[in-house]
Design a protein around this ligand. Sequence first.
Ligand SMILES: *Cc1c(COP(=O)(O)O)cnc(C)c1O
Length: 487
Amino acid sequence: MDATANDPSAPRPDYAATPDATAPPPADTPDEYGEALDAAHRHAARWLASVQERPIRPDLDVDAVLARLRRDLPEEGTDAAAVVEELADATEPGLMAMGSSRFYGFVIGGTYPAALAADWLVSAWDQNTGSRQPTPATAAVEETAARWLLEVLGLPEGSGVGFATGATSANLACLLTARDAVIRERGVDPALGLQHAPPVRFFAGDAVHTSVVLAGRMSGLGAPVTVGADDQGRIDVAGLERALHEADGPAIVALQAGDVHSGAFDDFAAAVDVAHLAGAWVHVDGAFGLWAAASPRLTHLTAGLEHADSWATDAHKTLNVPYDCGVAIVRDEAAMAAALAAHAAYLPTVESIPDPYDRVPELSRRARGVPVWAALRSLGRNGVIALVEGLADAATALAEGFRGIRGLHVTNDVVFTQVCLAAPTDEQTAALGEWLRAEGTVWASSSRWQDRTVVRFAVSNRGTDAEAVRRTVDAVARGAAAVGIGA
Ligand SMILES: *Cc1c(COP(=O)(O)O)cnc(C)c1O
């Protein structure tokens, strides 16, 4: 670092004073970015203005977009603005309006203006926010966002918080931490490798999300042993207790806040107790469900979850920041750093304070916590509560509307943001899903749940209000009629 940086007597260039953010760039600076960024801004604005009213499905499939892009790698370069124009023109008909208030596929959030704009700045600043010292600004913004997240989610102050690409990598960060912690507890140095460690047992409910299974496999724990679940996907706590006591040795339990089909939450108070009594580490996959903890009205769903040891969630789902942003949270910040920190002589560290790269499985990374800060700053605590409760209210209203359509059944107990819909036969349900996606007013995924085909509505977009619900129920009613349901 520049040795004069902290020397108050050193001469300071003008920009050390308060910058005038409204001043144009100096005329003698060649603005090599301007035209390309202007083009990007124009296309972005046009896209964003179209998202709520265009058909949600893409007009082109991937082969059609490939055909539009097909050309050999050019020998010579092209002007930046022309590249942006070509990219936008070739791709726009193949874009899915995922930001629509009537997009219910998978679990996909939209984007708050403040978060999107902050994300643009993150790209322009291009700070590799791995360690605190070289990138003080973005590290400080992320640390502030981390503190606010713990506060709004009711998780222990001082927990380690890492900004990962999504809940999959956040689950991985947490499970790697858990694995090393339970091995170290048995007096073995986890750095020696799993072959020198006692076997670590890994348990989850039957409705465990595929990303937890993947994270288990990537971390060497393997896929979890499943211990049962009820008809909504909540872990069978008695089954968990039996499984934990079948053998000795280190153990990790993955619980779930928010099942992707039913939205159900595990009984955390009971399950965490049972797991901790058996000496197990408790991790919670709360990709979207963790956010229920922000709402005083919904905390009955998450009660006891704060006693777990680690939590994974997404900001790109419920918090509506742009892709990508997941959050790994570990109660014992030191355990997180012990498992995930990288050391090398050329990598600067600041005393004993963990760096951003001590909390995620990657070294180089964009400052993806900055849009989280922007979203939380623009919403405030009450805005977050209103967001989460609004999503849950919209799901309740959707279910009510669907129940009024002849021949359709809501197949889950709607407790949070997920609604599953079925017709009398699987064929009719599949046809309804296809009709909806092709018609374009609504986009919902088809799935299999509890041995039947369902159309799945995951409410995650900040814009899903009463009007969006009305148009959705109307589209579903038209679709049901069109495919002969209830005839
Ligand atoms: C989406 C989701 C994940 C995975 O999150 P990504 O951000 O897609 O990596 C994990 N668990 C649940 C319950 C999810 O809904």
